[in-house]
Structure formats: C-alpha cells, structure tokens
Design a protein around this ligand. Structure first.
Ligand code: SF4
Length: 283
C-alpha cells in the first residue's frame, strides 16, 4: 500500500473511510470548510488520540503502513493536481485523520512540508490543524503552534472545546488529561495566538448537556473571547452528522438546540463587547 487515497473523488462524498484504508492524504467534502478539504492523516496504521470521544468517527482498524513525510508530500501533490484538473477549488489542507495530529513524532516535519507544498501548488488554500488542544501542554509544541498561527499564510488552528465543566468533559471527551490543566493552556494560548474554537454539541448516553454545563461553557467561551482581544476568529458549534463506532452512545440533538446555544452565546458576546466574533452552527 502506498498511502495514497484510492482515486480522486472530490465530490460531496463521505470518504473519511479512506484514512482507515491507510491513506496519508484524502480528499473530503467538509461542512465546516464549505468545500473540498484535503486531509492529511499522520496515523495510517492505527488510531492514536489523547481523547476518547464517544462521537469519534474513527472505526477500529489496523494497517501495515508507516507514515512517511516523503510519501505524504507525493500524495498531497497528486491530490492538489487532481483538484486542479477537475477545476475544484481547494478550501483547505487540513491535519486531521485518525487521532490527534500533534501527538505524532512526524507532526512538525509534516507541517513544514505541507506548508511548502501549499505555497507552491495551492496558495489560496488555508492550512488547518484540527486539534483537541492537548499538544498545548507540551512547551515545544505550544511554541511551534503559537509561532505558526501568526503572520501571512499562517496555520489556522481549530481548537476543540467541547465542555465547560469537568463532568461533561469526562463524558464527552473521556480523557486522562486533567480538565483544568488543559483549559488553562487553552486560556493562555488564545491570548497569544489566533484560533477558531470548535465545540461538538450532542447527547451522550441519551442526555443532552445539562443546563449547568451549557452555562459554564458559555461563560468560558466569553472569557476566552474577551481575553483573546480579537484573536479568536470564530466559534463553531457542530452536531453529530456521521456514523461512529460507539453509536448510539452519542446522538445528534435537534438542529434547534445548537442554534439556541449559538444565539445565547452571540448575546453574551455582545454584552461583553466581543460581538465581532462570528458564531457558526453546523448541525
Ligand atoms: S479528539 Fe477527535 S480523534 Fe480524538 S477521540 Fe475525539 S473525535 Fe476522535
């Protein structure tokens, strides 16, 4: 297996499964990107994550393939050439895949390479890291992400913040990483670097987030917005839209629910003088 996605299928398809077939690079139609996203998968052999979200879409798999930056570069060049040939604009090149990208020892090198290929082949495309934020606990990674997130052609960081309380965090992210330690690093990071905050809103074990969780999350979101002094680019609230191996442990909520949360956050941001930050919903 060479780590490439099998063929270039760039339409509005659900082909996240390519990454479980060992693809290092996989084209996918992304709701949040609003078009074609070229995903980079640093874990072609097995899932590797510091979270264990019940809504996680990565199905159990194992492959006899090792990540290589050279193979990734080739596959990325091919995917961008495929998009160009089909005249499909590439919205972003995104580090996502089967786990938390910043955990990979290849992450820093792969980031350099992807930035170089993007500059050469698709300068209009954003370069995105989708992260659960646990990499921010490592000083070297923290510094790398802070430095890469600023300036022209910067890395866009989509930072997960699913919970406003340790209780909900224990249910929706099921991580050994301490909640207060993690949110402490996120609080610091947004005072130093731009980021988009992403929140999954779904029911877990038949229950939606309780009112005290929703209130605590909103309070934290507003505090982050105010202290970031404009560095937070957006809040993205998204719902469960794809199958997950643990279904039905996590379940989609009616579309009106995330919209209500978004509306409440917009009002709170306005009251705090931070209403320039968009709050988007992807039910
Ligand atoms: S952080 Fe992402 S990859 Fe990790 S368990 Fe959660 S959804 Fe899955």
């Amino acid at each position: 297996m060479n780590g490439k996605a099998e063929g270039f299928r760039a339409g509005p398809v659900e082909n996240h499964r390519e990454r479980e077939k060992g693809a290092l690079v996989y084209p996918v139609y992304s709701r949040r990107s609003g078009g074609l996203s070229i995903g980079i998968n640093l874990f072609p052999d097995r899932k590797s994550c510091s979270f264990d979200c019940p809504y996680c879409e990565v199905f159990p798999f194992s492959r006899d393939i090792t990540f290589s930056t050279t193979l990734m570069e080739e596959a990325l060049e091919d995917a961008l050439a495929g998009a160009r040939a089909e005249k499909i604009p590439v919205r972003d090149i995104s580090f996502s895949g089967n786990g938390e990208p910043s955990l990979s020892p290849h992450f820093a090198g792969a980031l350099e390479t992807a930035a170089r290929v993007r500059g050469r082949r698709a300068p209009e495309a954003a370069l995105v890291l989708i992260t659960n934020g646990t990499g921010l606990l490592d000083k070297k990674l923290y510094d790398l992400l802070r430095d890469r997130a600023s300036g022209a052609a910067a890395l866009r960081i989509w930072l997960k913040l699913d919970a406003g309380t340790p209780d909900w965090y224990a249910r929706i992210n099921r991580s050994a990483v301490d909640y207060d330690r993690l949110t402490g690093r996120i609080r610091l990071f947004v005072t130093e670097a731009p980021a988009d905050i992403q929140t999954m809103i779904c029911a877990v074990d038949g229950r939606p987030p309780p009112p005290e969780e929703a209130a605590a999350w909103e309070k934290l979101a507003v505090e982050l917005a105010v202290s970031s002094r404009g560095r937070i680019r957006s809040f993205q609230l998204y719902g469960k839209a794809r199958p997950a191996p643990e279904d039905p442990l996590a379940e989609a909520l009616p579309a009106a629910y995330p919209e209500t949360r978004a509306e409440s956050l917009r009002r709170a941001l306005k009251a705090a003088g931070a209403n320039a930050i968009p709050v988007e919903v992807f039910p």
